[in-house]
Write a protein that binds this ligand. Sequence first.
Ligand code: FES
Length: 105
Amino acid sequence: MPKIERHFFVCDNARPVGGKPSCGAGGSGEILSALQEGLGRHPELWGRIAVTPSGCLGPCFEGPTVVVYPEAVWYVGVTLADVPEIVERHMRDGLPVTRLVRREE
Ligand code: FES
């Protein structure tokens, strides 16, 4: 089995409308699907890159949230429009999309 080199975790937690925000309510399901489709278009990455839904990752007010390991890059405020850049730049080329990286306070 090939070694996983990079793992994208997409928060897919959904909460009821009107309460604390959640990535699910912000469209993370579509983002997850788009990342998986993006990986699907790069067979050279199959077995080396993983895209997995996750529960709440913590920064709910800034979501949708994606975290990428092993480098522990946190993306927040991700939209569907950002996915092609994440796929081509980070998933394929290994370079984080810096404009989406969460800023530490
Ligand atoms: S609901 Fe996504 S980070 Fe909490």
